[in-house]
Unconditional design. Sequence first.
Length: 366
Amino acid sequence: MRKVLTNTSIFVKDGKISNSGEEINIPKGYFAVPGFIDTHIHGSHGADAMDGTFETLDHIVKTLAKEGVTSFLPTTMTQEISNINRALNNISDYMSNNNIAGQPEILGIHLEGPFINCHHKGAQPEKFILDPTVESFKIFEKEANNNIRKVTYAPELDKNFEFTKYLSENNIIPSVGHSSASFENIEDAISFGLSSVTHFHNGQSPHHHRTPGVVTAGFTFDELNTEIIVDGIHLHPNTVKSVVKIKSPNNVTLITDAMEAKGLEDGEYKLGGQKVIKVKNEVRLESGSLAGSVNTMINSVKNVMEFSGCSLEDAITMACVNPAKELGILTRKGSLDIGKDADIVILDNEYNVVKTICRGKVAFEI
């Protein structure tokens, strides 16, 4: 699997990496890597996926290429059902009509909430939280035109794990998050298809030597892929180091969990209709709870190398290969192998993005 190339050329033909066609030269001192796949992002540069309009979603799409992102899952959050439905319908419409080459591709939807535990609600408004039921989910599924690819929920509230089983059987990633689940809850849920942990360590029952929780289970079970926010705030650098060492790069996925204040100056913003305050690199509710991040994928790649000591190739595994594998699209994304989508990012010797190509067309260039 080709993850990092330098001092060579890549050929692109009909939007795919090929043996011939348009030549992209990667000089010595520069690196070609696959386009980053962000499977958990709420917004960017003043736009929130929950706004539910073409203009805001298109604005999010247009801001991501400069960060090396070539595909992503717009992520919703706990809100009134009508607001969630509007956002789902809007994303689905965009996918049908505007997923064009030359810009980051929307691969589907990450539904974060409303099926969560109020005791670990984080920045999710409690009054809109629902119990996870197949019947409730089918309403969202219909509005999304079957484009939901990942669901963050609390499996301890899932009666007989019917919800977990339904997601797994329909090729939707069940991901534990905003959850008070015990170690045993997670172990049981895995047997019904649970396969992911949302923003590992944040919004979930912690590791404790007498009462092991979601975090303990996340470390223990190889069946669980773990999302991590590598901004130096959600996780201490040494915690990042321990996650990468214990889970290995093959079971960790880099995400941003970014919201609309990303790329903007300090001030007041919103997340799913709630007021949040950005100060430097932190965004919080007025209560003090962290409310997403303002991190970028390229910064996540740089940070995970710095914090864990891993190689660029390992960082690319976490930013590209693992999300593609989890979404079942590794045959067309996630690496630079012949025949895959020409989603290519060129980095300089300090790992800054200098060019981003989305399905064969330049989306960003310095």
